[in-house]
Design a protein. Sequence first.
Lengths: 184, 138
Amino acid sequence: MAQPQPVAPPPPPDAALIAAWQGGDERAAADLVRRHARALARFLTAAGAPEADLDDLVQETFIRAFRAVGRFRGQCQFRTWLLTIGGNALKDHGRRVSRHKVVPLDEGLQARDGDPHERAEAGEAEARLAAGVQQLPRLQREVFLLRAQQGFEYAEIAGALDTTEGAARVHYHHAVRRLKELMR
Amino acid sequence: MKEDAMLHDAKLQEAAQRLGSAAADKLDLERIATTVVERLREPEARPAWVPPAWLRVAAVLVVLVGGGLVLRHVRSPTTAHGAHFVTDDLTDLSADQLREVLNTLDETLDSVGTTPPESGFDDLDAQQLRAVLRSLEG
């Protein structure tokens, strides 16, 4: 009779890692970075972060978040809260460099499978979307990315941005309408 | 029509989900995690130099006093010392020359519609003529 394989324990929830970090556990902070850094990077890039500065912006966002984690009251998920801090870090970065770069159309923006024609079309659509997203007002842009890119519910987005669910919904629909116009 | 819109929305969402993926995939998570933890060990950077309270109070006082002095200077009426009368430049002129100046002035006033004096300046001496000129200057 085969021995049952030991089942790996489920990963600790964010709340447990946050509490551990607040208790001085650096490994908990590192785990949170590993868990959320890519989502944060996707959000920042889509919101206009230059790729050359992405590493720094991700680090800066985590530093700000860990130092302010005492103010996180669980009004939304840690990731949503983190992304809004990332939005602020990006805004400050934009002020410092006084310019906004448009995400270039590179190989990374293109779909990785399908036929070459479809790939080219998808790549072109993404490039136009990237440019369009950066033309949106900040709140519309953040709501759109939190909803369409990160898949958060409106209630979650509202909690993170300190607004109402209805307002978040309206911002999203305005953003989508504008993006459709820009991509037409 | 609605189906088209939904399809379009779904495509938009798919495209949005792919945005930034390539750049995010290139990140070295282990290095970032290590760096973040190391940076968290460092004391929090203080904000740029903030002047102490006494210096801020002193700066406010300097602005208030300086501003008050400037205002006082601007608002004070022009002193006699600062005024300059054309008649001061006419002290060397004789009575005839002064009369000529007054007649020229008289013609100028006449041309802009001002009533000339009924009596002439012929019987006035140099001092009186200067007084007339000064009165015309205000």
